[in-house]
Write a protein that binds this ligand. Sequence first.
Ligand code: PEP
Ligand code: MN
Length: 646
Amino acid sequence: MVVVLEGSIRTDHKERIRSFLESKGFRVREIVGEQETIFGAVGQPTIDIREVELLPGVERVIPITKPYKLASRELRKEDTVVRVGPVKIGGNRIVVMAGPCSVENREQILETAEIVRRSGAVVLRGGAYKPRTSPYSFQGLGEEGLRYLKEAGEKTGMPVISEIVSASHRDLMAEYVDIFQIGARNMQNFELLKTVGALGRPVMLKRGLAATIEEWLMAAEYLLAAGTDDVILCERGIRTFETYTRHSLDISSIPVVKKLSHLPVIVDPSHATGLRDQVLPVGRAAVAAGADGLIVEVHPNPDQAMSDGPQTLFPEQFEKLMRDIDTMSAIVEKELARLPSPHSEIRLGSAPQKGASQAVASQKPGSTDGKPVDGVAVAFQGERGAYSEIALVRYFQHENAMPSPFDSFRGVFQSVLDGTSTYGIVPLENSLAGSIHENYDLLVEFADIKVVGETQIRIEHCLIGLPGASIDDIRTVYSHPQGLAQCRRFLEAHPGWTAVPFYDTAGSVAFIADANKAENAAIAHAEAARLYGMSVIKQGIETNPRNYTRFAIISREELAATETPNKASIVFATPDRPGALFECMAVLAERKVNLKKLESRPIHGKPWTYMFYLDLVIDDVAVFDAAMLELGRKSEDLRVLGVYRA
Ligand code: PEP
Ligand code: MN
């Protein structure tokens, strides 16, 4: 059962409830969520729940109807986020684990680790104990393989995952692996589950070849009941009558499990299909269906792999898969997980903005301890719940990021400059409405501020109203003029409504919450509804769903990225003579530097003269540096606004 505790419960009452439940034979887990703290009481005892309801400090008691308890969404409403070193699995991220089926030798795993890291994997896989169908097949290198795997993980900064096949290997493996993998063939090896679960470390549980979803969740329950909170589920295909593919990926299990359970779900398109040309489409489909990530087999020479070669990707195929899912991530409202870089690993201990820290810490994503923590302020423009804040939370992927709202873009730049905020996030461009020129101008004006990263989010507008209000109650709709314009078709279908422009999308939600009238609605992101206690009446009301906004992450120059950059933003003016811009562009063309964007802006104080903003792809830093040197000679006032990883 779920025992929801009162918000202001006294410590002695809490302990009394716990000992009462334990005295009746329940095992009690305390779970601190964003909205409430609960005791999850699991076990066989049958008691009258009214006995618990009457205890002081108990708000309400909800029985868990499913046979799996700790794994159930009934127990925990929020997604579980499993932390493995710097990587977080679950929530709004797509985590990619990659590596060979088996560790074959030291060079092979070191080389593979480099390859998959370069393309964006954040966890390294590699089998050392292989559960092979034939006893005559390669069985894995055992401890030697684990040693190489750990070395490769450390060299590339990735945590490692490897399969455990025998309970007797647990303590040995604990020295080497960050995530224990329970293979499909062992999903119902309950002794193994109990032994591994008792260690309290992250475990990835693959679905058995012929296991139902309920059996799979019951196996997860064994791990959780044994003592670990960090269970990741892995759909890897089930046995069906189909013989063309190795197994059949049960794509629908992803939304089903995400509804039934709070645990993250990773998909293994390699073992599911058994054929490398199907890994890409099936991997993309898994992400589209809501998977929290993928685990993929990659080898420098798949044709020579000692196990599972036919389903193993060539490095170029893996790179393509990563690029595809990176592109898809904004559509599924997620961000591809990255390893910490100078700007995503937030420096603890910097001074947060006064007043912002408490409010934000109490509703930060992924917080389960409920305690406000010190963090680093990231400035954004708008009210809480604004699209900039959504982008910020996704990009930084760190619960210590403290969004600090500012009224104006200038305020964001100023607070980064004076150090009140360590980073800022500003929109540069919307795919429908075009550039946000003010921010281009501010990038030039604030010469000590650099672009250190970029991110994009999909803008999915919602009609938001008072809880309980229906679409028929609505008379007036408030939003930022852009929000109203982007939902034109939806608004035209309701000719009786009055559309009222407002200074901010999230601000319009705060306004209707305050006015407290069922006839008012706002257009904003669903998160704004949650933040202000309002309800989403209709989701996805924008006329064109291909609506994205691209943001720059800014910081003071000394915090500029040191990660290998792949993009640069520059600005320059040209002499006033024929062919001047052409000559500048030729510098880039001759070096095959790809131009992603060109934008011109008037130079302030010099009517009818212009600066040019360029976004460039960096394939080779040395080539880029040489191009800038030459461009500096051909142009006027060249400035590199930022060199960063996009
Ligand atoms: C593996 O991941 O190497 C493996 C053997 O997977 P499964 O247990 O899904 O067959
Ligand atoms: Mn394999």
